[in-house]
Design a protein around this ligand. Structure first.
Ligand code: FAD
Length: 393
């Protein structure tokens, strides 16, 4: 829309919005908050603080310089501006903090837009919000690496030794009214779900939120943006398992009815794969320990050395314990073999309670059982820790 569009055709709330924006852009405290140094924008220059902001808000579809001159011409309403050099623009832009745009959006644009109840576009009577989170590879600079950390590029052989800064962009957008409600750029280590939950404060009762995978965002009590409506299970995304879905449902029901006996889903989730043979794991794996640079030791026990394995003919299986070299604290359990998805729960209790592999040494296990493999894996681990052992598994 050109700057000289006939004013009468603009809705009243938009002219109010322009007025408020204009006031904010000239407000001395606003300028002081969003300039890089106190001395920036204090001397008389053609590219003042409001002009730099207004120009950045325009879409620069042409070359910046040509666009800048057209823009200044429009602002001058017929008076002539001195041409601005590319250097002057770069210099002026560098004095401006990005926080100015966040404040304008949050404190000026959104309150005015949100007051326009009848004039806002709705879907079946509800405001429709889109939430999207993406990982973005950032330019390789020391400052960005310090702010966001680096991630290592991997191929099928593992880490390649090349790392780059990576950020996570997370946006909440009013889809029908085309308004960016909240945008955050965080380290890629910040999880997309926790960010989505934080950003759901911008939604109100009755709003509908969708994300790029079609999941419904919920808070830690499994409440949707409409606080008296809860969601659990596959509709809220990862891990989308029957086991976790039921737990989420229980936490949601307890919260809805003010019951206190179950307030969270355990952070440690077991994985179960019902193949032949079964596979199950919980906690860290050797790969994740290497990635996190955790100094670990492994203890293994083979089903072929276990009495129950021989009795039932299930001799092709293995249980692996992963524990910290420093204090023998159990970090993870992986099992492949008959009943793996049952056996994993013993290890999970030890993991969840932060105990060491000595727990398996101390406890008496029924004989003959596959559970005994925990004890023998722990003995194997002690041998590996000491650097000598009698036999494998
Ligand atoms: C092949 C397969 C194997 C799996 N194996 C495992 C496993 O071994 N272990 C494990 O933990 N998880 C497993 N899962 C995942 C597990 O099934 C799901 O995580 C779990 O069922 C999710 O429960 P839910 O209640 O969220 O959804 P669902 O179980 O899908 O229940 C949703 C219900 O809503 C009904 N419904 C849908 N739309 C409407 C509507 N408009 N009105 C009324 N009703 C509606 C559906 O008919 C359905 O009954 C497996 C999934 C698949 C597909």
């Amino acid at each position: 829309m050109g700057m000289r569009t006939i004013v009468e055709s603009i809705p009243a709330y938009l002219t109010t919005l322009v007025e408020l924006l204009r006031n904010r852009l000239h407000d001395a405290q606003f300028i002081a908050r969003h300039r890089v140094r106190p001395e920036d924008f204090t001397r008389e220059r053609q590219l003042t603080f409001p002009i730099v902001i207004l120009f950045v808000l325009q879409k620069t579809i042409k070359s910046i310089h040509r666009h800048l001159h057209e823009f200044l011409d429009e602002l001058a309403m017929g008076q002539l501006f001195e041409p601005v050099t590319a250097g002057a623009w770069t210099h002026a832009r560098a004095k401006l903090k990005h926080t100015a745009f966040i404040e304008l959006n949050q404190q000026v644009v959104l309150p005015i837009v949100n007051q326009q109840g009848d004039q806002l576009q709705r879907w079946h009577g509800h405001r429709l919000f889109g939430h999207d989170s993406s990982l973005i590879r950032l330019p390789d600079s020391p400052e960005l690496a310090q702010e966001f950390g680096r991630v290592e590029i991997k191929n099928h052989k593992g880490a390649t030794g090349t790392a780059y800064p990576e950020g996570r962009m997370s946006i909440v957008y009013d889809l029908l009214n085309r308004i960016g409600v909240d945008a955050r750029l965080e380290s890629s280590r910040v999880g997309e779900v926790s960010l989505a939950i934080e950003q759901s404060v911008h939604l109100s009762c009755g709003d509908v939120a969708i994300n790029d995978r079609g999941y419904i965002p919920v808070d830690e009590h499994y409440r949707t943006a409409v606080p008296h409506i809860y969601a659990a299970g596959d509709v809220i995304g990862f891990p989308a398992l029957a086991s976790t879905s039921m737990e989420q449902g229980r936490v949601a029901v307890c919260h809805a009815f003010g019951l206190k006996y179950k307030e969270r889903v355990a952070s440690l989730l077991p994985m179960g794969i019902y193949t032949i043979p079964e596979i199950s794991s919980a906690g860290e794996t050797e790969e994740s320990c290497k990635e996190k640079k955790i100094d670990y030791v492994v203890g293994r026990a083979l089903y072929e050395n276990n009495a129950r394995g021989h009795i039932t003919g299930d001799t092709a299986g293995m249980l692996k314990l992963i524990f910290a070299r420093a204090d023998k604290k159990l970090l993870g359990v992986s099992i492949i073999g008959e009943n793996a998805t049952e056996l994993i729960h013993v290890g999970m209790m030890v993991l969840d309670n932060g105990l060491t592999i000595d727990e398996f040494i101390e406890q008496v296990f029924n004989y003959p059982t596959l559970s005994e493999t925990y004890k023998y894996a722990a003995y194997d681990g002690l041998g590996n820790l000491a650097g000598h052992k009698l036999r494998e598994g």
